[in-house]
Design a protein. Structure first.
Length: 413
């Protein structure tokens, strides 16, 4: 051990801190052994030091002195397989249930052999529900949109008819598509229809100017000479969560839940005050806004709950004068109260998105009886933990949920 070196300095500091004791003797014993371990390592070598929590904090400082703080890589917490709290033995504090393993390298370039272990069958069945054609390999779907949009530096471009802020560069996305790792569960109907119609209009001598464009909504002004008209392309309503229902005045009409999710889509695309008001009403009378957002993402492959909430938070800013443009039964609602409710809805929706299982995103959340879930956040968490929910998927023309008795493992078919 070099006099005046970092290891010697560390031991002197330990002596001043804890004084002569068994722990100091242990650290003095360990110091030359750790130095010899480092000396024997190749430049690409690494070291794992296994210790218990009683000495780990001291040994971490000693390892920093031996290997250098910059060469510390990982602290691994190793939980004991039969851990318990020691309460039966009269221990009046938290139980000792883990050991610590420090991972250090000798230099910045070290050999690394990635280790994989198989998933248990329960995890495979719960999370990897899709099967790749031709290979039979299981996979799960993940969100490719870039959270935070442009503010987080995410690039915006078109992929498979959908324009979004994405997690990856255009080149990386193209490589993932080439490798077959990008799955579009439902092709973007609006972009395809819009592009076809636009080409027909242009071919027939019309001037087409795009006013607003989203994957589920396009608004354009079409002119020919002095005449003009504003046209809108909206999400194909053939994809629904429920079949059409009888309306006493209008005959067949969309189910209230599908009307509500269409309003959420409109809130992202059009940002009209009437949509904002309707969504607040749906939150109070039909189902929580967060659950409506969760389901709405199933109507378009490029819409994640986080993206919908981000766009909704940015676009919905209205004043009393905006409400005055609408016709209400009775007095005009209090704008300050509506803004307060809206902010609460956004916060609650973030909590709901974090609570629900990712592999069921885009589904309508029902109770075991097939009713729309309308409980509190705490009730929703208990329902998730106790498998009390039905995740109803949308389909072309919609479908009523089919429920099995609980004894058979109730779920949506």
């Amino acid at each position: 051990m070099t006099a005046g070196g970092k290891v010697a300095d560390a031991l002197q500091a330990f002596r001043q801190l804890i004084g002569p004791c068994d722990m100091l003797s242990y650290l003095v014993m360990m110091a030359p052994r750790l130095m010899e371990c480092r000396r024997a390592l190749k430049p690409t070598g690494s070291m794992y030091l296994h210790c218990d929590p009683a000495a780990s904090h001291y040994l971490k400082l000693l390892m920093d002195a031996v290997f250098g703080p910059a060469n510390f890589r990982t602290e691994i917490v190793w939980k004991r397989s039969s851990a318990h709290s020691d309460a039966k033995q009269g221990r009046a504090q938290h139980g000792r249930i883990h050991d610590v393993i420090f991972f250090y390298t000798k230099t910045n370039e070290w050999f690394w052999n990635q280790v994989f272990t198989p998933y248990d069958q329960t995890s495979v069945d719960s999370f990897y529900k899709h099967t790749e054609a031709g290979t039979g390999r299981r996979y799960r779907l993940g969100d490719l949109t870039g959270p935070g949009g442009a503010a987080k530096g995410n690039p915006s471009y078109e992929v498979m008819g959908v324009t979004r802020f994405w997690r990856y560069s255009k080149e990386k996305m193209a490589a993932l598509i080439q490798e077959g790792r990008v799955v579009q569960t439902k092709p973007g109907a609006v972009p395809a229809s819009w592009e076809t119609d636009r080409q027909v209009l242009l071919h027939n001598g019309h001037d087409v100017q795009t006013l607003r464009q989203f994957p589920t909504f396009v608004e354009a002004e079409v002119r020919r000479g002095a005449d003009g008209v504003i046209l809108q392309w909206v999400q194909d309503s053939a994809f629904r969560f429920f079949p059409l229902v009888e309306h006493p005045d209008f005959g067949l009409a969309l189910h209230p839940f599908d009307l509500a999710t269409n309003k959420v889509l409109a809130l992202v695309g059009r940002a009209e005050v009437r949509d904002w008001v309707d969504i607040i009403h749906c939150h109070a009378s039909l189902q929580s806004f967060g659950l409506l957002v969760w389901a709405t993402s199933g109507k378009d492959p490029g819409l994640s709950p986080s993206f919908i909430l981000e766009q909704a938070a940015r676009s919905a800013h209205y004043a009393k004068s905006d409400l005055a443009t609408l016709a209400f039964d009775g007095t005009v609602p209090d704008i300050e109260g509506m803004v307060k409710t809206w902010r609460m809805m956004l916060r609650e929706a973030d909590d709901i998105a974090a609570l629900l299982p990712e592999d069921h995103v885009g589904t309508c959340i029902l109770t075991r009886n097939g009713d729309l879930f309308d409980g509190t956040i705490d009730a929703l968490q208990r329902a998730v933990e106790n498998d009390m929910l039905v995740f109803h998927e949308g389909a072309i023309r919609g479908a009523w949920p089919r429920l099995r008795p609980h004894s058979e493992g109730l779920h949506h078919e």
